[in-house]
Ligand binder design. Structure first.
Ligand SMILES: CCCCCCCC/C=C\CCCCCCCC(=O)SCCNC(=O)CCNC(=O)[C@H](O)C(C)(C)COP(=O)(O)OP(=O)(O)OC[C@H]1O[C@@H](n2cnc3c(N)ncnc32)[C@H](O)[C@@H]1OP(=O)(O)O
Length: 216
Protein backbone atom coordinates (compact mmCIF):
# COMPACT_ATOMS: atom_id res chain seq x y z
CA UNK A 1 0.00 0.00 0.00
CA UNK A 2 1.60 3.25 -1.08
CA UNK A 3 1.44 5.79 1.70
CA UNK A 4 3.41 8.38 -0.23
CA UNK A 5 5.56 10.90 1.54
CA UNK A 6 4.55 11.97 5.00
CA UNK A 7 4.79 15.70 5.42
CA UNK A 8 4.27 15.88 9.17
CA UNK A 9 7.21 14.00 10.66
CA UNK A 10 8.96 15.72 13.51
CA UNK A 11 11.92 14.32 15.35
CA UNK A 12 11.56 14.07 19.09
CA UNK A 13 13.89 12.77 21.80
CA UNK A 14 11.67 9.76 22.47
CA UNK A 15 10.75 8.86 18.93
CA UNK A 16 9.32 10.14 15.70
CA UNK A 17 5.87 11.69 15.67
CA UNK A 18 3.98 9.79 12.97
CA UNK A 19 0.68 11.58 13.22
CA UNK A 20 -0.25 15.24 12.97
CA UNK A 21 -0.10 16.88 16.37
CA UNK A 22 -2.81 19.54 16.63
CA UNK A 23 -1.43 22.92 15.56
CA UNK A 24 -2.65 26.45 16.02
CA UNK A 25 -4.15 26.42 12.50
CA UNK A 26 -7.75 27.79 12.33
CA UNK A 27 -9.09 24.38 11.22
CA UNK A 28 -7.44 22.65 14.20
CA UNK A 29 -8.82 25.26 16.58
CA UNK A 30 -12.33 25.00 15.05
CA UNK A 31 -12.24 21.20 15.22
CA UNK A 32 -11.05 21.27 18.84
CA UNK A 33 -14.03 23.53 19.62
CA UNK A 34 -16.41 21.10 17.86
CA UNK A 35 -14.94 18.24 19.91
CA UNK A 36 -15.52 20.29 23.06
CA UNK A 37 -19.15 20.85 22.01
CA UNK A 38 -19.74 17.10 21.53
CA UNK A 39 -18.35 16.41 25.00
CA UNK A 40 -20.19 19.30 26.70
CA UNK A 41 -23.48 18.28 25.03
CA UNK A 42 -23.34 14.96 26.87
CA UNK A 43 -22.47 16.60 30.18
CA UNK A 44 -24.74 19.62 30.26
CA UNK A 45 -27.84 19.93 32.44
CA UNK A 46 -30.74 19.16 30.10
CA UNK A 47 -33.20 21.20 32.17
CA UNK A 48 -31.20 24.41 32.51
CA UNK A 49 -28.98 24.79 29.43
CA UNK A 50 -30.64 26.73 26.60
CA UNK A 51 -30.59 23.91 24.06
CA UNK A 52 -32.95 25.66 21.61
CA UNK A 53 -30.38 28.43 21.25
CA UNK A 54 -27.56 25.89 21.03
CA UNK A 55 -29.36 24.07 18.18
CA UNK A 56 -29.96 27.35 16.33
CA UNK A 57 -26.34 28.51 16.62
CA UNK A 58 -24.87 25.13 15.71
CA UNK A 59 -27.15 24.87 12.66
CA UNK A 60 -26.01 28.31 11.57
CA UNK A 61 -22.36 27.19 11.89
CA UNK A 62 -23.11 24.03 9.86
CA UNK A 63 -24.85 26.16 7.19
CA UNK A 64 -21.72 28.31 6.90
CA UNK A 65 -19.38 25.30 6.59
CA UNK A 66 -21.63 23.59 4.02
CA UNK A 67 -21.87 26.79 1.95
CA UNK A 68 -18.08 26.64 1.57
CA UNK A 69 -17.78 22.89 0.96
CA UNK A 70 -16.43 21.88 -2.48
CA UNK A 71 -17.67 18.72 -4.24
CA UNK A 72 -16.75 15.55 -2.34
CA UNK A 73 -14.51 14.30 -5.18
CA UNK A 74 -12.51 17.55 -5.10
CA UNK A 75 -12.26 17.49 -1.34
CA UNK A 76 -10.95 13.89 -1.39
CA UNK A 77 -8.17 14.90 -3.79
CA UNK A 78 -7.06 17.66 -1.41
CA UNK A 79 -7.18 15.32 1.56
CA UNK A 80 -5.00 12.67 -0.06
CA UNK A 81 -2.61 14.83 -2.01
CA UNK A 82 -2.29 18.18 -0.38
CA UNK A 83 -2.86 17.97 3.32
CA UNK A 84 -1.12 14.85 4.56
CA UNK A 85 -2.63 11.47 5.31
CA UNK A 86 -2.85 11.83 9.07
CA UNK A 87 -4.97 14.96 9.40
CA UNK A 88 -8.45 13.53 8.81
CA UNK A 89 -8.73 10.00 10.18
CA UNK A 90 -11.10 9.24 13.08
CA UNK A 91 -8.34 8.27 15.55
CA UNK A 92 -5.43 10.70 15.14
CA UNK A 93 -6.78 13.39 12.80
CA UNK A 94 -6.66 16.88 14.35
CA UNK A 95 -9.14 17.97 11.64
CA UNK A 96 -11.64 15.24 12.56
CA UNK A 97 -13.87 16.12 15.52
CA UNK A 98 -14.63 12.43 16.05
CA UNK A 99 -10.93 11.70 16.73
CA UNK A 100 -9.77 12.08 20.38
CA UNK A 101 -7.15 12.85 18.65
CA UNK A 102 -4.24 10.54 19.56
CA UNK A 103 -0.65 11.55 18.76
CA UNK A 104 1.42 8.47 17.87
CA UNK A 105 5.18 8.14 18.04
CA UNK A 106 7.30 5.58 16.25
CA UNK A 107 9.97 4.19 18.57
CA UNK A 108 13.38 2.82 17.65
CA UNK A 109 12.34 -0.68 18.81
CA UNK A 110 9.86 -0.75 15.91
CA UNK A 111 6.69 -0.15 17.94
CA UNK A 112 4.34 2.82 17.92
CA UNK A 113 2.92 4.36 21.04
CA UNK A 114 0.44 7.02 22.13
CA UNK A 115 -1.36 8.24 25.22
CA UNK A 116 -4.98 9.24 25.47
CA UNK A 117 -7.64 9.98 28.06
CA UNK A 118 -11.08 9.19 26.68
CA UNK A 119 -14.21 11.00 27.87
CA UNK A 120 -18.02 10.76 27.67
CA UNK A 121 -18.45 10.55 23.86
CA UNK A 122 -16.54 7.25 23.84
CA UNK A 123 -18.55 5.59 26.63
CA UNK A 124 -19.85 2.02 26.41
CA UNK A 125 -20.51 0.42 29.83
CA UNK A 126 -20.97 2.95 32.67
CA UNK A 127 -17.75 4.95 33.06
CA UNK A 128 -15.92 2.72 30.58
CA UNK A 129 -14.76 2.89 26.98
CA UNK A 130 -17.04 1.41 24.28
CA UNK A 131 -15.57 -1.83 22.90
CA UNK A 132 -16.05 -0.67 19.33
CA UNK A 133 -14.11 2.49 20.08
CA UNK A 134 -11.21 0.40 21.45
CA UNK A 135 -11.32 -1.72 18.28
CA UNK A 136 -11.33 1.42 16.11
CA UNK A 137 -8.36 2.88 17.93
CA UNK A 138 -6.36 -0.35 17.80
CA UNK A 139 -7.16 -1.03 14.14
CA UNK A 140 -5.75 2.35 13.27
CA UNK A 141 -2.75 2.09 15.61
CA UNK A 142 -1.85 -1.25 14.01
CA UNK A 143 -2.15 0.39 10.59
CA UNK A 144 0.32 3.08 11.65
CA UNK A 145 2.59 0.41 13.18
CA UNK A 146 2.66 -1.28 9.78
CA UNK A 147 3.60 1.97 8.08
CA UNK A 148 6.35 2.46 10.67
CA UNK A 149 7.45 -1.16 10.15
CA UNK A 150 7.82 -0.54 6.42
CA UNK A 151 4.90 -2.48 4.90
CA UNK A 152 1.33 -1.28 5.25
CA UNK A 153 -1.90 -2.98 4.28
CA UNK A 154 -5.68 -3.25 4.56
CA UNK A 155 -7.16 -4.91 7.64
CA UNK A 156 -8.35 -8.42 6.73
CA UNK A 157 -8.91 -9.68 10.28
CA UNK A 158 -8.86 -8.06 13.70
CA UNK A 159 -9.07 -10.35 16.72
CA UNK A 160 -9.96 -8.27 19.78
CA UNK A 161 -9.72 -9.56 23.33
CA UNK A 162 -11.32 -7.47 26.08
CA UNK A 163 -9.48 -8.45 29.28
CA UNK A 164 -11.07 -5.95 31.65
CA UNK A 165 -13.23 -2.83 31.35
CA UNK A 166 -11.26 0.11 29.94
CA UNK A 167 -11.70 3.21 32.12
CA UNK A 168 -12.77 6.62 30.83
CA UNK A 169 -11.15 9.74 32.37
CA UNK A 170 -7.79 8.01 32.99
CA UNK A 171 -4.63 8.11 30.91
CA UNK A 172 -4.35 5.05 28.69
CA UNK A 173 -1.36 3.87 26.69
CA UNK A 174 -1.99 2.52 23.21
CA UNK A 175 0.70 0.50 21.44
CA UNK A 176 1.15 -1.40 18.20
CA UNK A 177 3.92 -3.46 16.66
CA UNK A 178 4.42 -5.27 13.38
CA UNK A 179 5.41 -8.87 14.17
CA UNK A 180 5.94 -10.50 10.78
CA UNK A 181 5.53 -10.08 7.04
CA UNK A 182 5.03 -13.15 4.84
CA UNK A 183 4.48 -12.15 1.24
CA UNK A 184 1.44 -9.88 1.27
CA UNK A 185 0.34 -11.02 4.75
CA UNK A 186 1.28 -8.77 7.65
CA UNK A 187 0.77 -9.78 11.31
CA UNK A 188 0.53 -6.99 13.81
CA UNK A 189 -0.34 -6.80 17.53
CA UNK A 190 -1.37 -4.03 19.90
CA UNK A 191 -2.88 -3.19 23.25
CA UNK A 192 -4.54 -0.59 25.44
CA UNK A 193 -3.19 -0.47 29.00
CA UNK A 194 -3.88 1.65 32.08
CA UNK A 195 -1.24 3.81 33.80
CA UNK A 196 -0.72 0.88 36.25
CA UNK A 197 0.20 -1.35 33.32
CA UNK A 198 -3.03 -3.39 33.38
CA UNK A 199 -3.89 -4.66 29.90
CA UNK A 200 -7.53 -3.79 29.11
CA UNK A 201 -7.64 -4.73 25.43
CA UNK A 202 -5.23 -6.66 23.22
CA UNK A 203 -5.50 -7.30 19.49
CA UNK A 204 -3.95 -9.41 16.77
CA UNK A 205 -4.45 -8.20 13.24
CA UNK A 206 -3.91 -9.69 9.80
CA UNK A 207 -3.29 -7.05 7.16
CA UNK A 208 -2.94 -7.66 3.43
CA UNK A 209 -0.66 -5.46 1.36
CA UNK A 210 -3.14 -4.15 -1.21
CA UNK A 211 -2.99 -1.09 -3.43
CA UNK A 212 -5.71 1.47 -2.75
CA UNK A 213 -5.55 4.18 -5.39
CA UNK A 214 -5.46 7.74 -4.16
CA UNK A 215 -8.20 10.06 -5.46
CA UNK A 216 -6.90 12.29 -8.26
C1 LIG B 1 8.24 5.56 7.19
C2 LIG B 1 7.15 5.61 8.28
C3 LIG B 1 5.85 6.07 7.72
C4 LIG B 1 4.88 6.32 8.86
C5 LIG B 1 3.62 6.88 8.29
C6 LIG B 1 2.65 7.00 9.39
C7 LIG B 1 1.40 7.44 8.82
C8 LIG B 1 0.48 6.29 8.68
C9 LIG B 1 -0.55 6.63 7.72
C10 LIG B 1 -1.58 5.94 7.59
C11 LIG B 1 -1.91 4.79 8.44
C12 LIG B 1 -3.23 4.36 8.04
C13 LIG B 1 -3.73 3.37 8.98
C14 LIG B 1 -5.10 2.99 8.51
C15 LIG B 1 -5.57 1.81 9.24
C16 LIG B 1 -6.98 1.58 8.88
C17 LIG B 1 -7.15 0.19 8.44
C18 LIG B 1 -8.49 0.01 7.78
O1 LIG B 1 -9.46 0.47 8.25
S1 LIG B 1 -8.53 -0.84 6.32
C19 LIG B 1 -10.28 -0.92 5.96
C20 LIG B 1 -10.90 -2.20 6.41
N1 LIG B 1 -10.49 -3.28 5.59
C21 LIG B 1 -11.02 -3.47 4.37
O2 LIG B 1 -11.89 -2.77 3.92
C22 LIG B 1 -10.47 -4.63 3.60
C23 LIG B 1 -11.53 -5.24 2.70
N2 LIG B 1 -10.98 -6.42 2.07
C24 LIG B 1 -10.26 -6.34 0.94
O3 LIG B 1 -10.12 -5.27 0.35
C25 LIG B 1 -9.66 -7.60 0.43
O4 LIG B 1 -10.33 -8.71 0.94
C26 LIG B 1 -8.15 -7.70 0.85
C27 LIG B 1 -7.37 -6.51 0.27
C28 LIG B 1 -7.96 -7.75 2.37
C29 LIG B 1 -7.56 -8.98 0.26
O5 LIG B 1 -8.00 -9.08 -1.07
P1 LIG B 1 -7.02 -9.42 -2.28
O6 LIG B 1 -7.90 -9.76 -3.46
O7 LIG B 1 -6.02 -8.33 -2.46
O8 LIG B 1 -6.19 -10.67 -1.82
P2 LIG B 1 -6.66 -12.22 -1.64
O9 LIG B 1 -6.13 -12.95 -2.82
O10 LIG B 1 -8.11 -12.30 -1.33
O11 LIG B 1 -5.84 -12.59 -0.32
C30 LIG B 1 -4.42 -12.61 -0.31
C31 LIG B 1 -4.02 -13.61 0.73
O12 LIG B 1 -4.52 -13.16 2.02
C32 LIG B 1 -5.46 -14.14 2.54
N3 LIG B 1 -6.57 -13.43 3.16
C33 LIG B 1 -7.26 -12.40 2.65
N4 LIG B 1 -8.21 -12.01 3.51
C34 LIG B 1 -8.12 -12.82 4.57
C35 LIG B 1 -8.82 -12.88 5.77
N5 LIG B 1 -9.81 -12.04 6.05
N6 LIG B 1 -8.45 -13.82 6.67
C36 LIG B 1 -7.43 -14.66 6.42
N7 LIG B 1 -6.71 -14.63 5.28
C37 LIG B 1 -7.06 -13.72 4.38
C38 LIG B 1 -5.93 -14.94 1.35
O13 LIG B 1 -6.36 -16.23 1.73
C39 LIG B 1 -4.66 -14.99 0.50
O14 LIG B 1 -3.80 -15.94 1.04
P3 LIG B 1 -2.88 -16.90 0.12
O15 LIG B 1 -2.01 -15.95 -0.70
O16 LIG B 1 -3.85 -17.64 -0.74
O17 LIG B 1 -2.11 -17.74 1.08
Amino acid sequence: MDLGSHPTFESHDDGTVLTSAPQDAPVDRATAAARRVVDAMLRTDRANANLDRVAEELNSIADHLEEHAPAVAERLIDMWNGEGVTRHDPVTGPENAIAPPIVLEGLSDGSVRGEVTLTMPYQGPPGCVHGGVSALILDHVLGVANAWGGQAGMTAQLNVRYHRPTPLFEPLTVTGRQMSVEGRKINTVGSITTADGEVCVSVEGLFIDAAVPRPR
